[in-house]
Design a protein around this ligand. Structure first.
Ligand code: NAP
Length: 522
């Protein structure tokens, strides 16, 4: 099966043999993808002219309804999507829920935000500023959708969620989307786009998909377009320095890699509620999606006197993890997505081993349940222990994109915050503590180098949505190494797709601007 591309309102098969997509359990080919021969300049032009015009003619409320209808269409096909996620991504049922249901849920949530904006066609900030003595002449600030297309370049690990978390926000803004899923897992994204297109819930040109390489897609972007990218620092660098971004004013939002930390507070004791919650969270983060989450916990920071207790508790819990073919119901963790990712994970573990010792997992020779280890892309859950993290460098810099975390002791809260910051800017940190003062201090101290901070204690254990789960209400992104981008965050996410304009006019004219606008500051 060769995945067709959807551009210029048509399904088009790419030329040539295409790139094989494989089942990471068996190594067998499941599909091929090719974007060769596509006219990507025309694809972007069609999105801007046809899709953009149609979307801009709608109100936020109408676009919100459109997203809710798309979510309904997708909701009817969950089983088919979970099946593809298992066969092409190696997802267990739990993993597929995070990706598929997470994507549909996010689409619904953003749709509901659109309904709240109702019949508005643009946004105005509620506050006005006087410009001089005459108070009849003031400044207001207006937000209008950018005139171009949104180009979404996604990573391989979340083919469903990555697609919809970005597309929902752009479409609600009134900006047409050209999505380029990562080639190794493009099958699920392409199937979901096909279902929504076939259902006819989007206007022509609102959503296009390019399966296979990006080729010259970015070369054909222009001022007024926005690129939202998720993936490696290396590709991010290529995009940041692309002439269209540097010289033509194409907007770029980057979500890159991250060495997220999880801190156990100095007040914790072995067996205390926060201690147990902490251990459960780390095991969950290491094993969901086999650790292939940009938000997964890579560094586990604990008070020095609890290092042994945490290590033993984690080892005991990790010993219960069953790694193998997700089709087997006893399996709780699947493979990495392909052989290249498996090789990269082993290489990363070897690097970490120069500064830390493996205390659980780490064996290349192991028998995954129901699968041939030579053909499958498995890595066992692997915990390392670094006794001297202050002297370490690689433990703070090497992101192993798999079920791998490094445990490290800290001597004081000051040192814990300093270690967390050595990630160079991360997507998320979490703190498990029963101490109110430490909790407040941690949020403020971790804030400058993190996009999100989860502060957990026993009172909210049941309500906890998880360290690694990106909620559409919260901003997603992080400073520095994490890319410096920002997505989602409720209506805050609309910012990338809107232009803010200061309007200086009489108060009567500023009042008139509010007639078909919603009051909002992005
Ligand atoms: P990648 O190699 O950078 O690929 C990401 C996407 O960029 C793919 O769609 C890829 O297409 C495309 N791409 C590659 N070169 C390109 C170019 N020159 N121009 C335009 N597009 C290009 O990253 P990856 O290895 O797949 O992803 C893993 C990384 O992503 C990890 O480091 C992880 O931390 C990070 N990540 C971050 C987040 C977040 O939200 N912050 C989420 C998930 C993953 P092809 O597949 O066709 O090459």
């Amino acid at each position: 099966m060769k995945l067709e591309n959807y551009v210029c309102g048509k399904w088009i098969e790419g030329e040539g043999e295409g790139v094989p997509l494989v089942d990471p359990v068996t190594g067998e080919e499941v599909a091929r993808a090719s974007s060769e021969g596509l006219d990507l300049a025309a694809a972007l032009g069609y999105a801007r002219d046809t899709g953009g015009a149609a979307l801009r003619a709608m109100t936020y409320g109408e676009r919100g309804e459109m997203l809710k209808k798309a979510a309904e269409v997708l909701g009817g096909q969950r089983d088919a999507y979970r099946d593809i996620a298992r066969r092409n991504v190696g997802d267990t049922r739990r993993d597929a829920r995070v990706d598929v249901d997470g994507g549909i849920g996010t689409l619904k949530y953003i749709g509901a935000l659109g309904s709240k904006l109702g019949a508005a066609r643009h946004l105005v900030e509620p506050a006005r500023d006087r410009l001089g003595r005459d108070e009849r002449f003031q400044a207001g600030h207006l937000w209008c959708a950018i005139p171009g297309a949104a180009v979404h370049i996604n990573a391989f690990n979340f083919p469903a969620w990555g697609l919809w978390e970005k597309a929902a926000v752009a479409l609600l803004s009134g900006v047409p989307v050209v999505v380029k899923p990562a080639t190794p897992t493009a099958w699920l994204a392409r199937r979901m786009v096909k279902d929504v297109i076939d259902a006819g819930v989007l206007p022509a040109g609102a959503l296009s998909i390019v399966c296979g390489g990006a080729r010259d897609l970015v070369d054909h972007t222009q001022g007024g377009d926005a690129i939202a990218f998720t993936g490696s620092a290396q590709t991010a660098h290529a995009l940041r320095t692309h002439p269209k971004v540097v010289g033509s004013g194409v907007r770029l939002n980057v979500e890159a890699d991250s060495l997220n930390a999880c801190l156990l507070g100095p007040d914790a004791r072995a067996g205390s509620p926060e201690f147990d919650l902490f251990v459960a969270e780390i095991v969950r983060e290491m094993t969901v999606k086999a650790g292939q989450k940009c938000t997964a916990i890579r560094r586990v920071l604990v008070p020095a006197e609890l290092l042994d207790a945490v290590s033993e508790a984690l080892q005991a819990r990790l010993a219960e993890v069953v790694t193998g073919d997700p089709a087997d119901e006893t399996v709780t963790m699947g493979p990495l997505v392909n052989k290249a990712q498996q090789a990269a994970a082993w290489e990363g573990i070897a690097q970490l081993e120069s500064e830390a010792q493996v205390v659980h997992g780490g064996e290349r020779e192991f028998e995954p349940v129901g699968a041939d280890p030579a053909r499958g892309c498995f890595v066992p859950p692997t915990l390392l222990r670094c006794e001297r993290p202050a002297q370490g460098r690689l433990v703070h810099e090497v992101e192993v994109f798999g079920p791998v975390s490094t445990l490290m002791p800290y001597a004081s809260p000051e040192e814990a915050f300093a270690f967390a910051a050595r990630g160079g800017g991360s997507l998320v940190a979490s703190v498990f503590t029963g101490d109110d003062d430490f909790a407040r201090e941690a949020a403020v101290r971790l804030g400058p180098t993190h996009g999100r901070v989860l502060v957990m204690d026993a009172s909210v254990a049941e309500a906890n949505t998880g360290h690694g789960i990106v909620m559409p209400q919260c901003v997603h992104g992080g400073p520095g190494r994490a890319g410096g981008g920002e997505e989602l965050g409720g209506l805050r996410g609309l910012r990338l797709y809107h232009q803010r304009t200061a309007v200086q006019a009489s108060t009567a004219r500023l009042d008139a601007l509010g007639a078909d606008a919603a009051e909002l500051t992005l």
